[in-house]
Design a protein around this ligand. Structure first.
Ligand SMILES: Nc1ncnc2c1ncn2[C@@H]1O[C@H](COP(=O)(O)OP(=O)(O)OP(=O)(O)O)[C@@H](O)[C@H]1O
Length: 240
């Protein structure tokens, strides 16, 4: 693995009232140690996962709208308001990698459609715009992801069927074990979170703290739902 630590430079922060320091998990961050090739960010909607992931991507020099170092398409790029307040500690430093931002992947696909002159070799030999959302994600993972690199994925499951989520686990496993790749993944998927030996950071309760897989809401709510679906729905829908 390459990225070992993310530190919040608290002394540089002028005021904690405004975004992104108004997010409790971000405001309470001191340093986050990364000790596994695969790290997950979990937490409720709005708990700050994407904000931190985007700041890390910006610091890596990746396009914050999604892409790697060479994917410059300013028109869709957004500024990370957090990146100038974090420090990344590497050992060794690498520059290869990719930031997958599910919500704006269409912009990346449109950009590639305009500039690719290589028969879409990095994307399965077909324009990403002519593949389904999930197919285009898998084409990217299988063809473009390789070698020593850091991959930052924001909700990759958004486009993936359960079977394709399992396929992504296999891609992660192959890259991690053969290519020494590092992954940081913000997710709500109980399937992805089940990756063995992964480190999981929860952004809930106003802090960023390690959590075991079985202690995440994603695991426990999904498990309870699948095992007690009728009772669960009865309780959910019943009149107060
Ligand atoms: N550019 C912005 N300006 C002001 N507030 C923002 C901005 N971007 C995000 N926020 C707010 O910051 C909070 C954290 O957002 P963020 O996208 O990091 O959450 P998240 O944990 O990734 O959520 P989700 O699981 O829904 O993707 C939210 O309350 C959001 O409304």
């Amino acid at each position: 693995m390459f990225l070992k630590k993310v530190t919040l430079l608290k002394e540089k922060i002028p005021i904690f009232n405004d975004y992104p320091f108004s997010i409790p998990s971000i405001a309470s961050l001191n340093e986050m140690k990364l000790e596994s090739n695969v790290t997950f960010f979990v937490g409720e909607n709005g708990s700050g996962k994407s904000t931190l992931l985007e700041a890390i991507a910006d610091k890596c020099g990746f396009n914050t709208a999604g892409g790697g170092r060479n994917n410059s398409y300013d028109v869709y790029e957004t500024n990370s308001e957090l990146s100038e307040y974090i420090r990344l500690s590497w050992m060794p430093k690498i520059t290869n990698g990719f930031f997958l931002r599910s919500e704006s992947f269409y912009h990346f696909a449109t950009h590639i459609d305009k500039v690719d002159d290589n028969g879409f070799k990095d994307y399965g030999g077909k324009s990403l715009l002519k593949q389904s959302h999930g197919e285009s994600f898998m084409s990217l993972f299988i063809n473009r992801f390789n070698g020593e690199a850091i991959y930052l994925l924001d909700e990759p499951e958004a486009a993936l069927s359960p079977a394709r989520q399992l396929a992504l686990l296999k891609v992660i496993h192959d890259l991690e074990t053969q290519g020494d790749a590092q992954f940081i993944i913000a997710t709500h998927s109980p399937i992805l979170l089940g990756y063995p030996e992964a480190e999981i950071y929860s952004f809930d309760h106003g802090q960023i703290a390690k959590i075991d897989y079985e202690d995440t809401d994603h695991y426990s709510i999904t498990k309870y739902f699948l095992e007690n679906r009728k009772r669960f729905l009865y309780e959910l829908f019943k009149e107060e």
